[in-house]
Ligand binder design. Structure first.
Ligand SMILES: C[S@@+](CC[C@H](N)C(=O)[O-])C[C@H]1O[C@@H](n2cnc3c(N)ncnc32)[C@H](O)[C@@H]1O
Length: 209
């Protein structure tokens, strides 16, 4: 149900614990099959400070990496997906080829006792730049950015930064995997010196408290 390694999931858990006293909602940009989203939504519901979980994705074929700041690895990964030959986790069908991925993800949430649309848990289908402006959120304490390429990572960082509470964190999944993601994060950090970069399998950007 997730492309994240156990060590990346553990870092997310640790980052979530570190914002236990920070006001705001939790968000994930890049849900796919919902594995990391279910972890984040569960922690959101369990914490003492009230807050909602917002998961955003096209819930279909991943958009193309269009920037010259993306690397050849991103472009060849996308070409394989587009050709229809990509395989999913453990040889299953690749999630982007499913007929109704959003319905499947809602079913997966339900298996973990989480009802999408209730319990303060919401999923939004569409391109981030279309869906995020419709999301009602006053502030964020935590965001997971797992969307691979330069343009969406760059967009998400700007959108999150506009809402992140002091002491809040952003976990970046693809910094060490795709050059476009790395470029977007490095540009963001250069323009936003109040964020501390904590490296690791999935680096954490922490806003000064
Ligand atoms: C690597 S997957 C997410 C993996 C997931 N977090 C997990 O636990 O396995 C990246 C997801 O981001 C989505 N995505 C990428 N760019 C997007 C965009 N501009 N708008 C909406 N979704 C996007 C893709 O469709 C894909 O489902």
């Amino acid at each position: 149900m997730t492309y994240l390694s156990p060590s990346k999931l553990l870092r997310i858990e640790k980052a979530l614990r570190s914002v236990s006293d920070v006001e705001g909602d939790f968000a994930e940009f890049g849900v796919a099959l919902g594995g990391s989203a279910i972890l984040i939504a569960s922690q959101c519901r369990a914490r003492s400070i009230p807050g909602q979980f917002h998961g955003l994705d096209v819930f279909g074929m991943i958009p193309e990496p269009t920037s010259e700041k993306d690397d050849p690895k991103s472009k060849s990964r996308y070409a394989a997906i587009k050709s229809g030959t990509s395989r999913g986790i453990d040889g299953q069908q690749y999630y982007g080829y499913r007929d109704d991925l959003l319905a499947d993800v809602k079913d997966s949430f339900a298996q973990y006792g989480l009802t999408v649309g209730e319990d303060g848990i919401f999923l939004y289908k569409g391109l981030f730049e279309h869906s995020w402006p419709t999301v009602k959120v006053n502030s964020l304490a935590f965001a997971h950015v797992d969307c691979d390429w330069y343009e969406p990572v760059s967009y998400c960082l700007g959108a999150i930064a506009a809402k992140l509470s002091p002491g809040g964190v952003i976990v970046i999944d693809d910094f060490h995997d795709y050059g476009g993601c790395r470029n977007a994060v490095e540009e963001f950090l250069a323009q936003n010196p109040s964020y501390k970069f904590e490296d690791g399998a999935n680096p954490v950007l922490r806003l000064e408290a």
